[in-house]
Design a protein around this ligand. Structure first.
Ligand code: ATP
Length: 361
């Protein structure tokens, strides 16, 4: 892997508002990288800093080994696709895409036409060149915006919430297409999104941001299975939290978890080093289960009572009250053939496994 973008000690102030706090980050060539976080955490600011639309207050942005401090946005090897596609409705599709070439005066007409068609083919719009842009669907407009950004073959494509204006079905389809496109062109994509599912589906690596800082930087599976803090754990997916007390740390962690009692878990289950004393334990709803009649398990069981039922068709989410645990525990169950949907007040045997626990400070 080759580092393409390196941010070192990057800080950004808007007047006295500290929007980026000491960001240190390396993004590799050919990587699909996402900046994920709640509204206002600074992800757009970070993207615009890479693009050159914002100057850093402090720190260094390097792209391809060159310091970008004195390089204006239009001379950086980056191109940006915005949420509001910024398509010109009165122009044709081809004219919109060719707009990406407006600064390349020395390209002849024939070559231009070929480049436009090539870019349109990449985004699945081959043959659409003559159509009027205003007659396109939202998804097609976004493809035109992508083609326009890709036509100059930038090293880095910056995508600021590019799919957020699309409906769920279209968004999911475009997610798959963007992954395919990124693999095909092989350039670095940096996506800004507040949608954790989108980030998990699309990215090689994700930086989760809170209040101007990177909370965790990891691949999707590590982020989901081993979040390093309570806020990362709750931002990505659902997580139950239990109060706990770490008794000893050696080659295993000896921990007492509310409702579950004393246990031993592996060191890998603590993404950040833990020490003796109070801790929090996280458990994902789908790593727990309910033992239905006629089914068996070799995992541990604990008695509970159904407190709430939310039926999703393929899944049912249960809140289960368990003696010794202060909050009801959320459990996700697949609605397999023969499984009833339990009702509030029914008894439920909860299946659990300490290997699914994450120990957080
Ligand atoms: P969203 O998803 O809502 O766009 P974000 O994570 O992309 O959020 P940013 O747009 O980077 O967040 O903004 C980070 C913080 O900086 C916010 O509190 C925002 O109000 C502030 N901010 C952004 N741009 C400016 C500006 N030009 N002047 C002053 N404050 C700004």
């Amino acid at each position: 892997m080759t580092a393409l973008i390196t941010l070192t000690g990057v800080n950004k102030y808007y007047a006295d508002y500290h929007a980026l706090r000491d960001i240190n980050l390396t993004i590799n060539a050919g990587e699909f990288f996402s900046l994920l976080g709640p509204s206002g955490c600074g992800k757009t600011t970070l993207l615009r800093t890479i693009a050159g639309f914002e100057q850093v207050t402090d720190g260094v942005v390097m792209i391809g080994g060159a310091d970008m401090a004195a390089v204006p946005a239009n001379l950086r090897p980056t191109n940006m696709v915005f949420q509001s596609y910024a398509i010109f409705p009165h122009l044709s599709v081809a004219e919109n895409v060719a707009f990406g070439l407006r600064k390349s005066k020395d390209i002849d007409k024939q070559t231009k036409a070929e480049m436009v068609e090539e870019a349109l083919t990449m985004v699945g719009l081959a043959g659409y060149g003559k159509r009027a842009a205003h007659a396109l669907s939202g998804g097609q407009r976004q493809r035109v915006a992508l083609a326009r950004a890709l036509i100059l073959k930038p090293k880095v494509l910056l995508l600021d919430e590019p799919l957020s204006a699309l409906d769920k079905k279209m968004r999911e389809q475009m997610q798959v297409e963007l992954i395919r496109l990124q693999r095909q062109v092989g350039i670095t994509f940096i996506l800004v999104t507040h949608d954790q599912e989108e980030a998990l589906v699309m990215s090689d690596r994700i930086a989760v941001m809170f209040e101007g800082e990177i909370g965790q930087l990891a691949d999707p599976e590590t982020l989901y299975r081993r979040p390093n803090s309570r806020r990362v754990a709750s931002f990505i997916g659902k997580m139950n939290f239990l109060e706990a007390e770490v008794n000893a740390v050696s080659d295993v962690i000896a921990i007492d978890v509310e409702g579950l009692g004393p246990l031993q878990v592996s060191l890998e289950q603590a993404p950040e080093p833990v020490k003796q004393g109070p801790a929090v334990v996280g458990i994902r709803p789908e790593t727990l289960g309910i033992l239905f009649e006629g089914e068996t398990t070799d995992r541990k069981l604990i008695d509970g009572v159904v407190d709430e039922v939310v039926y999703y068709g393929d899944m049912t989410y249960y809140d289960i009250r368990i003696k010794g645990i202060s909050q009801a525990i959320n459990i996700a169950m697949k609605n397999l053939i023969g499984r009833p949907v339990l009702e509030v007040g029914e008894a439920a045997q909860v299946i659990w496994d300490e290997r699914a626990l994450v120990v957080l400070n």
